[in-house]
Design a protein around this ligand. Structure first.
Ligand SMILES: Nc1ncnc2c1ncn2[C@@H]1O[C@H](COP(=O)(O)OP(=O)(O)OP(=O)(O)O)[C@@H](O)[C@H]1O
Length: 388
């Protein structure tokens, strides 16, 4: 496939391969990069959108203003969410916005995209851009373990058996009704990512990070329908039950011991978590601060999934304006296989126009390039094609 795509691009007059751009990046000015004929089909050529004006992704609007804005990129697995998120972060940083890009996908590829090790759980500075840019991979599994530990400290199974041994079986049974253990072991899908994002938001609120005006999230493939939409359920369910559990335990121990319940830092942590999640819920539903961008590829399957995703997000009033169509092939080729593939892509893209969920979104397209997109120069190249 790589060879075929290489062929497509080589047959295009004056084409410049991305790998040439990467290797010669330091010697080529950004303006000459902009002139490269490597740009894939014009939108009218693939009948992607009706006219050239609509082909612009509206980056001007995204970059406007210094108030903090959050962009969440989500979609089916492997469609290029990470590349699109990383290229957006690079573009924001090169347009004067101190930016943070965070991956909450357990199968991280942000490190690979920047060709850096971001696995340490701390913000890592990215060189080669004109404003501060930091990247971070956060491990949802680790965050989830912390949540479980806090829950267990509050008295999961241990507290129940202790109470039973103290002859307080009836109360223990009542606590059992809260299904705490089940909750801690099989939390609702997306809980891990909610916890991870909450942790990120917590440090982004600190004074140290107040100057960061653009925050880009590269989310897990399943995240789209899950974590955002399950925030209220998470508040009422998981956290609500844990806090209720604590209240019940507290009153039992108070009457039993005849004294005040000592301060419990686990409870404090959970209550703070509840407050933060509620705040995130409001923030992520606010069109002035947040936008969820759907990433797809030109295949019927990916487009159908994107349509369902948009329906779910719309139902929950999550702001969505843009749809990225990634990996679009050039409009023509003298290779038979490539021509077939191009037609196939065009047919898939056509379905977007007839899809009631997707037709109203602003369409942004990114070319399929002939080599892996790794490092700031490649991300800048990609960003200049996509974020226009
Ligand atoms: N436009 C493109 N041209 C060429 N390669 C691309 C393009 N977009 C993405 N890729 C490649 O496809 C692979 C998957 O991309 P990426 O990791 O960004 O997808 P993802 O949606 O984040 O995946 P996951 O769902 O696993 O998190 C990577 O190897 C990336 O370099």
């Amino acid at each position: 496939m790589a060879a075929l795509l290489g062929h497509i691009f080589k047959t295009q007059k004056n084409s410049i391969l991305l790998r040439n751009i990467i290797t010669t990046f330091n010697t080529i000015s950004s303006s000459s990069l902009h002139q490269t004929p490597f740009i894939l089909p014009t939108l009218s050529q693939v009948r992607l959108i009706g006219n050239a004006a609509e082909s612009v992704c509206g980056f001007d609007e995204m970059v406007k203003g210094n108030d903090r804005k959050y962009y969440m990129l989500g979609g089916k697995g492997g469609v290029g969410k990470t590349i699109c998120a990383a290229s957006l972060a690079v573009k924001f940083a090169n347009h004067g916005h101190p930016t943070v890009v965070v991956s909450t996908d357990p199968a991280h590829s942000l490190s690979d995209s920047f060709a850096l090790d971001l696995t340490g759980g701390n913000l890592v500075p990215i060189e080669g851009v004109s404003s501060p840019l930091y990247a971070l991979e956060i491990n949802p599994d680790k965050s989830m373990d912390e949540f479980r530990t806090a829950g267990q400290k509050l008295g999961g199974g241990g507290a129940k058996s202790l109470m039973q041994s103290m002859g307080l079986g009836a109360i223990a049974d009542k606590l059992g009704e809260l299904k705490l253990e089940e909750l801690l072991h099989t939390p609702p899908p997306g809980t891990d990512e909610i916890i991870a994002i909450t942790k990120v938001m917590q440090f982004l609120e600190s004074e140290e990070y107040s100057k960061f005006s653009r925050i880009v999230f590269d989310t897990a493939p399943t995240a789209h329908t899950l974590w955002l939409l399950s925030l209220p359920e998470f508040l009422d369910g998981s956290l609500g039950r844990l806090i209720k559990m604590k209240a019940k335990l507290g009153s039992v121990f108070n009457s039993l011991l005849g004294k005040e319940q000592p301060q419990n830092s686990s409870l404090d942590k959970l209550e703070k978590l509840k407050e933060r999640v509620a705040k995130i819920h409001d923030l992520f539903h606010n069109p002035d601060t947040t936008e969820f961008i759907i990433v797809t590829i030109p295949t019927i399957m990916a487009i159908s999934e994107s349509s369902r995703l948009h329906a779910s997000l719309k139902k929950e009033s999550v702001p969505v304006k843009r749809l990225i169509i990634n990996q679009v092939l050039p409009p023509t080729s003298d290779c038979k296989f490539c021509s077939m593939k191009i037609k196939d892509q065009m047919r898939a893209i056509e379905t977007i126009h007839n899809d009631s969920e997707l037709a109203g979104l602003r369409l942004c397209q990114a070319p399929l390039v002939d080599t892996e997109i790794r490092g700031v120069p490649a991300l800048k190249f990609m960003g200049d094609k996509l974020w226009r």
